[in-house]
Design a protein around this ligand. Structure first.
Ligand SMILES: [Zn+2]
Length: 402
């Protein structure tokens, strides 16, 4: 659990990391903030850090790095830990992230449920709450659930990232077919409940950011296809999501890619939309929903006809990926969402379909399922990055990206 907090979040809010600090900082102040971010990044990395090693890594003087560390300690972000092992001279005191002091809140909105998560600054879950809304999740439900948890942990929650299906500009959900929402000012609704920075994120983008947390090299371009009740895609470049001019890059659910499913009617009224052919609802039937337990999903997959529909879905996915991959030329293609529950036969069919009739001149990137990791990680990294300028949170047991 989270430790008791002696000092409130307001200290951070009034610091160089606070909202509005940008307008108040002069050039020198901004350089100082850059140094603080660099120190944070090094302290959060897997290697043990002392004030002296920080000075060596940054090229700053010991006096400057000491003052940076002291400021980070005063802000509650960092603590002085145990004695580091001596490398000949006087052993220094290890400096570590104060992981359990602050948290970020990630709210994952699905069609009929809301999952609320608190992540500490190591990326570990310290709290999970599920609320179920059988009639469909409303914006008021989301605001109420989020407001409650932020008020309860008000001194510790630095920011909220709300992940939702549909098109969003970061504060308004412009359109969600799955939720039946249009132009919902969700960030504003939550701000009325809780005074913290709020970012709204599309669900495929959130999964793509979680995948990017595993990158340990710079410059990776990745195409992520999220499959569940709906289908969406996202492209990340060096850990950032390609948004598009109207925040709709990757909204391919209602694009028809042709092929054997071209005559299947979609709930949007169109014919042959990839969602109508390859979504997990299309493959597994109307009993599938995004909240379903893995064993229940596997039971649906064992039902008569599901295997055949899965192969049809794989064919449609392969056709879509051929076009999207030709357009974006990614290092790799990742299939995320609930699709990994379809197992290796689905992946093998997608790979085979992708390789068949591959257009000349296009690359043949590897296709794999997403890492089995905490879906809150990507959204948490995004919103912590907005507050501190450093994402910090890492996948468990993986140094990944900072
Ligand atoms: Zn459609």
């Amino acid at each position: 659990m989270l430790k008791a907090v002696e000092e409130p979040r307001t200290r951070l809010e009034n610091s160089v990391f606070g909202r509005g600090a940008d307008a108040l900082l002069d050039g020198k102040g901004k350089i100082r903030r850059d140094h603080l971010r660099r120190a944070l990044r090094l302290i959060a990395s897997a290697d043990p850090v002392t004030r002296a090693s920080l000075a060596r890594s940054t090229g700053l003087t010991t006096a400057t790095t000491s003052s940076l560390v002291n400021e980070l300690i005063a802000l509650g972000l960092v603590v002085s830990g145990e004695q580091a092992e001596s490398t000949g001279g006087k052993p220094g005191t290890r400096v570590e992230m104060n992981r359990a002091f602050y948290a970020v809140c990630v709210v994952i909105v699905r069609a009929q449920s809301i999952e609320t998560v608190l992540l500490d600054l190591s990326g570990a879950r310290v709290l999970t709450r599920d609320s179920v809304h059988p009639g469909g999740v409303t914006p008021a439900d989301v605001a109420a659930v989020t407001g409650e948890i932020v008020r309860e942990f008000r001194d510790r929650v630095l920011a909220v990232c709300l992940q939702s299906p549909g098109v969003t500009d970061g504060s308004v959900v412009r359109e969600s077919v799955l939720l039946g929402w249009k132009d919902v000012p969700l960030a504003e609704l939550i701000a009325a409940e809780a005074d913290v920075p709020v970012v709204i994120l599309n669900d495929a983008d959130g999964e793509a950011l979680t995948e990017a947390a595993f990158d340990d090299v710079d410059g990776v371009q990745r195409l992520v296809l999220r499959m569940g009740e709906g289908i969406g895609a996202a492209v990340t470049i060096d850990g950032r999501v390609l948004p598009g001019a109207t925040n709709r890059a990757g909204e391919i659910g209602h694009v028809a890619f042709g092929g054997r499913g071209a005559q299947i009617r979609c709930r949007c009224g169109g014919l042959g939309c990839i969602e109508a052919v390859a979504s997990l609802t299309a493959v597994l039937g109307p009993d599938f929903h995004d909240e379903l337990e893995p064993n229940a999903v596997r039971a649906l997959l064992a039902a008569e006809g599901a295997g055949e529909r899965m192969l049809l879905g794989a064919e449609a996915v392969a056709a879509a990926l051929r076009i999207l991959s030709g357009l974006t030329d990614p290092h790799e293609i990742v299939i995320a969402g609930r699709a990994p529950l379809l197992g290796e036969p689905f992946l093998a069919a997608v790979r085979a379909g992708f390789a068949t009739n591959r257009p000349k001149g296009t690359a043949s990137p590897p296709i794999r399922f997403a890492h089995d990791s905490d879906p809150a990680l990507g959204p948490g990294r995004l919103v912590l990055g907005r507050v501190l300028g450093v994402s910090l949170l890492r996948p468990a047991g993986n140094p990944g990206a900072l």
